[in-house]
Design a protein around this ligand. Structure first.
Ligand code: ADP
Length: 480
């Protein structure tokens, strides 16, 4: 039952019923047209028969005076002349009264009659080409033609010629049977072919349903072939494939972000384990001794404090990172960058830490930002330069170009190697020279700077020519 509810069957049925309806309509119209043609043709034949017989009869009696001519025309003799094998004849006067008649020489004896009014109408020139009259037995029908008998232009009476319609009916019956058989044959062929044709046209839809099932089951690589017809189904297939590609991409993004998250958790755990192991080691050493001299105690406590400071810094860095990467918009206010950077760099007092610092700050460049977060960016960049380019010059600049504001730090340190440069903004990534834990940080400084700048709809850039220093630029949208 469900099978017949499918679109394929519904379309087939619709198509077949439409075809059957059209065939029926065409058949009926054709039947009536053929009937009319046959009746008219036969009527024409009867009319010409009359003309021929009357012509000859009139010629033979032309010498008679008018009254005698009229009498002989309205007589049994003329009606006998008119009748033939299949045709009955009858003569009527101008009032529609039957004055003579002759049945056909073969067939029934019957001479059909029309209503009196029909005869009067015919005399007055309002007659029809032909009439159909039913016989007394109720089964035979007659085709009746009325001809006005004229002597010159003067009407004398009416001559009725009638033939049974049985031959016409037979032709029509044969015609009807042929039409019915032809229509049934056409319907049968259409019935056999249309499920195939419709099925072929709808094939891509079934394929789409199967593919959608496969997509739902997790096979995101599945696509449907696009038919080259360029029709609605073709367009649907294109749209379907676009949707499938979208789903695949979305799942790929999710898979990647899950992988990144696992990576991140693993890295963070690893980073936390190192100081914890170290602290546990010191505690172990102290616990084994019954007597601990004050110097060992002091140095162990100092080392443990250093590790705990490192751990606290790491945890704070992780919190900052997750805060800015969570996608929550920072609380912003207008920040005039030259004023802001002057203050931030003054607080960092880089000169005291051995860096030669210079400033080239364009006045009045304003952005909308969270000043605390922006200060963290500056601090991370400055501390990196202190760590990786110790004693080198730090050139700080603020400028505006192409509708964007920039904070840039250029140092004259050793720069960043080509292998490291594409990765330095990754979380926990430490450059080759920074792997030594005594100098290197946790590898989160630049990742934090980047996530802060991106949370402000900006971008973070790094460039370096190894041996000639590194340049970091934070690009931020200008305040409207
Ligand atoms: P870390 O905590 O190791 O400093 P960052 O994310 O701040 O991590 O930096 C990533 C890496 O980028 C560093 O390990 C270092 O190799 C490189 N780097 C950062 N700043 C500089 C710089 N000014 N000069 C040279 N290398 C740098």
């Amino acid at each position: 039952m469900a099978r017949f509810r499918s679109l394929r069957w519904r379309l087939t049925l619709l198509y077949l019923s439409l075809l059957a309806g059209l065939l029926l309509l065409g058949g009926v119209a054709q039947y009536f047209a053929a009937r009319e043609v046959l009746f008219r043709t036969n009527a024409d034949v009867l009319a010409s028969e009359y003309t021929a017989v009357f012509g000859a009869f009139h010629k033979a009696n032309a010498s008679r005076p008018a009254a005698a001519l009229r009498a002989v025309i309205l007589s049994q003799q003329f009606s006998n002349e008119l009748r033939s094998r299949n045709t009955s004849a009858a003569i009527f006067d101008l009032n529609g009264g039957r004055v003579a008649w002759a049945a056909a020489s073969l067939g029934t004896d019957e001479v059909p009659t029309l209503t009196n009014q029909a005869y009067i109408d015919a005399v007055q020139g309002k007659g029809k080409t032909y009439y159909v009259a039913s016989g007394n037995d109720g089964t035979t029908n007659y085709l009746v033609v009325l001809n006005v008998i004229r002597n010159g232009t003067r009407p004398l009476g009416l001559a009725q010629l009638a033939i049974p319609t049985s031959e016409i009916d037979q032709t029509l019956r044969a015609d009807r049977e042929l039409a019915i058989i032809g229509s049934l044959l056409v319907l049968l062929i259409a019935g056999l072919l249309s499920p195939l044709i419709v099925g072929r046209a709808l094939g891509p839809l079934e394929q789409m349903a199967a593919t959608a099932g496969a997509l739902a089951a997790g096979d995101y690589k599945q696509r449907v072939p696009v038919p080259k017809t360029g029709d609605e189904i073709g367009k649907l297939a294109v749209a379907f494939n676009q949707m499938a590609a979208g789903i695949e991409q979305a799942f790929e993004v999710r898979r990647q972000s899950e992988a990144q998250m696992r990576h991140f958790v693993a890295d963070a755990s690893h980073e936390l384990r190192t100081p914890l192991t170290s602290i546990a080691g010191y505690i172990d050493v102290l616990a084994r001794r019954t007597v601990v001299d004050p110097e060992t105690l002091q140095s162990s406590l100092a080392a443990m404090q250093q590790e705990s400071t490192r751990m606290t810094r790491l945890v704070n860095d992780l919190l900052t990172l997750t805060r800015f990467e969570s996608g929550k918009a920072p609380s912003r206010q207008p920040v005039v960058l030259d004023r802001f950077l002057n203050q931030a760099l003054d607080e960092l007092s880089l000169a005291d830490k051995g860096a030669a610092e210079s400033r080239d700050l364009q006045a009045g460049v304003t952005v909308r930002a969270d000043p605390e977060a922006l200060k963290q960016v500056v601090t991370n960049l400055a501390q990196n330069a202190l760590k990786y380019a110790p004693g080198a010059e730090q050139r700080w600049s603020v400028f505006e170009t192409d509708g964007r504001a920039a904070i840039r730090l250029q140092d004259t340190g050793p720069g960043i190697s080509r292998q490291d440069l594409p990765h330095i903004f990754e979380r926990f990534y430490r450059g080759e020279k920074a792997r030594d834990r005594s100098t290197g940080g946790s590898g989160l400084g630049l990742a934090i700077a980047k996530s802060i700048v991106e949370a402000h709809q900006g971008t973070m850039e790094a460039a370096s020519e190894p041996g000639k220093g590194a340049t970091f630029t934070a690009w931020l949208p200008l305040a409207a």
